[in-house]
Design a protein around this ligand. Structure first.
Ligand SMILES: [Mg+2]
Length: 283
């Protein structure tokens, strides 16, 4: 079976799926507990990235989540769990009805990905900076075992403040992990404000290149461009895709607004957001 089996639809379908993921994210967070809400902003900014992975790139088997040769996905920015849960449900890893239980006591879908609870989660994440290290380990294991699976890690730009990211980056270069791709959801915002104010990231392209990575930049809301960058082989060298995105993308009153990092969604806000997304259908 080639990749996800989507064939010629692979570069087209993800754009529409991204809109579906956004709808599910908003509904899920609206339905969750308002006292400790989920994270809409960073989930919406990553919708095209996650849609392109799960509906075009990743070679996975929903009916067999632990298949040894599956491509691995690591959500370094674990707080964006809603968009990952939406993709897993849409791919058939678990029933869509589970999405209505986000963050509830006993739910299989907790606030951050839990590999012990949720089918399709390869590693528990949420403590920022650790995901890339886990991805390096998975990629190195695949290389040592002679397996052909690939490993993809989605990081936030705020997460790049963590020193452990750069330790992992050095190790990936040392072991020539051509089976590893990192994606940076570069939306310019993090929990405490603009990344430029909290901790300026400088020239990210030059930084990753200095660590020995193959670096590409892309519009993170362009599924065709993302597909091209994520699918192309890069033997012997880890690749990082710097994806320029907008936090809260797709919902006007959330776009570029730091206060939507983690926030409850009211009935009226959900109605407004869903009607806006309905107008985007087919665009
Ligand atoms: Mg960010």
């Amino acid at each position: 079976m080639s990749n996800s089996g989507l064939g010629s639809h692979s570069a087209v379908q993800p754009a529409d799926k991204a809109r579906t993921l956004r709808i599910l994210v908003l509904q899920m967070i609206h339905d969750g507990p308002p006292s400790h809400p989920g994270h809409p902003g960073g989930s919406l900014s990553a919708a095209e990235i996650v849609a392109t992975l799960y509906f075009g790139v990743l070679n996975v088997r929903p009916e067999e989540p632990g298949w040894p040769d599956r491509d691995r996905f690591v959500l370094g920015k674990g707080h964006a769990a809603p968009v990952l849960y939406a993709a897993l449900a849409e791919r058939g890893f678990f029933p869509r009805a589970w999405l209505g239980t986000l963050r509830r006591p006993g739910s299989m879908l907790q606030g951050h990905p839990d590999m012990r609870k949720t089918p399709g989660i390869d590693i528990s994440t949420g403590s920022l900076g650790q995901g890339l290290s886990a991805a390096v380990g998975m990629a190195l294991a695949g290389q040592m075992d002679g397996r052909t699976y690939r490993v993809f890690a989605l990081l936030s730009d705020g997460e790049l403040d963590e020193g452990q990211i750069w330790e992992a980056a050095m190790a990936a270069h040392k072991y020539r992990l051509g089976n590893l791709t990192a994606i940076v959801d570069h939306n310019g915002l993090q929990n405490d404000g603009y990344t430029a104010d909290v901790m300026p990231l400088g020239d990210l392209k030059a930084k990753w290149a200095a660590f020995g990575w193959d670096v590409v930049e892309v519009d993170g809301h362009d599924t065709r461009a993302l597909y091209a960058m994520l699918q192309a082989p890069h033997p012997g060298t880890p690749r990082v895709v710097l994806a320029r995105t907008t936090k809260g993308k797709g919902v006007g009153f959330m776009e570029g607004k730091g206060e939507w990092h983690a926030a409850a969604i009211s009935d009226a806000q959900l109605t407004e957001a869903l009607s806006e997304l309905a107008r985007q259908e087919g665009k």
